[in-house]
Design a protein around this ligand. Structure first.
Ligand code: CP3
Length: 340
């Protein structure tokens, strides 16, 4: 199968048009997704390959995006490790990990046995997705997934994560080591099932102090990137609020650095050099305005993007986004993103 427009941009090739997809493109802003959610809970959707494939395909078809991203969640591998996940409506684990005993009690994960529903959904999507669209597999980066496992649920300040990191660094490393193995295996299985690009979500990395980033975030993300390298699928490393550490965040061996709106693409390009592909970084709140404003802001992002680039939002589509506005982003990028 020939590489898609998005995969080629990820690999740093000159492409005829800037490719575009939207993080959280299959989500609550879409009426089709809301209809699926009336039939099943979020976890049921994730665990039912037919429904997960439907959610994935509905979004890419509605938007006419250059990539589909498999409908799943970063927290599922932690459920497979035994933490018992529910969504209420955000993720919550029945148990959290705070000690060496807790780490020792984590189950080992075989992706085919324990997360086979994700792999089956990938195969179903692949069978129906046009060949010129990418199918993106994803995992949480070790620090970000470990953060949820330690806290048990999303928290604003990540206090338990930091208490463990500063107070018992050896336990933190033991946990990150286990998580890195699980997410690397899961990501590799997604590529083997049919994904041609992998995204590593390190949403929480930007919360760490500068002195801790390399040791607790980047070193473990690099392990996942290294594990994927032999498979040949380009890897996007996405982090938020990482502007102060762009050079380091670009140095994990990945092909693409995904950025939020806290740093301009022009500055990012100056600091990471010519070769690394960048992805981002329109503020998703722009989609709450109107179509002319969206078009103007898309053009502003495009005008800053030199070198290998894929358009995206700087974080997920917000639930109150009018679906037509999400579609406007794609349309604007296709209209203004042609390259000579
Ligand atoms: O369309 C896609 O982007 C693919 C599917 C996808 C979901 N989650 C589905 C989802 C992806 C790529 C994710 C990644 C994810 N999940 C991240 C990393 C990116 C980010 O948003 O920072 C994180 C931290 C999670 C964990 C998570 N899942 C949280 C904190 C929440 C609740 C808050 C929220 O943003 O909705 C979820 C729920 C979730 N994951 C929904 C979807 C469609 C909403 C579920 C619903 O209520 O129907």
């Amino acid at each position: 199968m020939p590489a898609t427009l998005f995969a080629r941009a990820c690999l740093g090739e000159d492409v005829e048009r800037v490719p575009v997809w939207l993080m959280r493109q299959a989500g609550r802003y879409m009426p089709e997704y809301q209809a699926l959610r009336r039939r099943a809970g979020f976890l049921e959707l994730c665990r039912d390959p037919d429904l997960a494939a439907t959610a994935t395909l509905d979004a890419v078809r509605y938007l006419d995006a250059d990539a589909a991203i498999i409908f799943s969640d970063i927290t599922l591998p932690a459920d497979a490790m035994g933490l018992e996940l529910s969504f209420v409506p955000g993720p919550r684990f029945a148990r959290s990990v705070r000690s060496q005993r807790d780490v020792d009690g984590l189950a080992t994960v075989d992706p085919a046995r324990d997360l086979g529903f994700v792999l089956e959904a990938i195969r179903l999507v692949r069978a129906q997705l046009p060949e010129d669209r990418s199918l993106i597999g994803f995992v949480g980066a070790p620090l970000t997934l470990a953060g949820y496992m330690i806290e048990g649920e999303p928290t604003p300040q990540w206090r338990e994560l930091k208490r463990l990191m500063y107070g018992k660094p050896e336990v933190m490393h033991a946990l990150l080591d286990r998580v890195a193995t699980v997410v690397a295996d899961h990501a590799a299985a997604q590529v083997r099932a049919g994904c041609d690009v992998v995204q590593l979500f390190d949403t929480t990395a930007g919360e760490l102090a500068a002195a801790e980033l390399e040791t607790f975030a980047f070193a473990y993300a690099r392990r996942v990137v290294d594990a994927l390298a032999p498979l040949g699928a380009p890897v996007v490393y996405f982090a938020r609020r990482i502007g102060a550490h762009l050079e380091a965040a670009a140095g994990l061996g990945q092909q693409v650095l995904g950025l939020d709106w806290s740093v301009s693409l022009a500055e990012a390009r100056r600091r990471v050099g010519d070769r690394m592909a960048l992805m981002g970084n329109l503020d998703p709140a722009v989609l709450l305005t109107h179509r002319d404003e969206i078009d103007r802001r898309v053009r502003a992002v495009l005008s800053q993007a030199t070198g290998p680039f894929a358009f995206n939002l700087g974080h997920g589509v917000l639930p109150p986004t009018p679906p037509e506005h999400a579609r406007q982003v794609i349309r604007s990028v296709k209209e203004h993103g042609r390259r000579p």
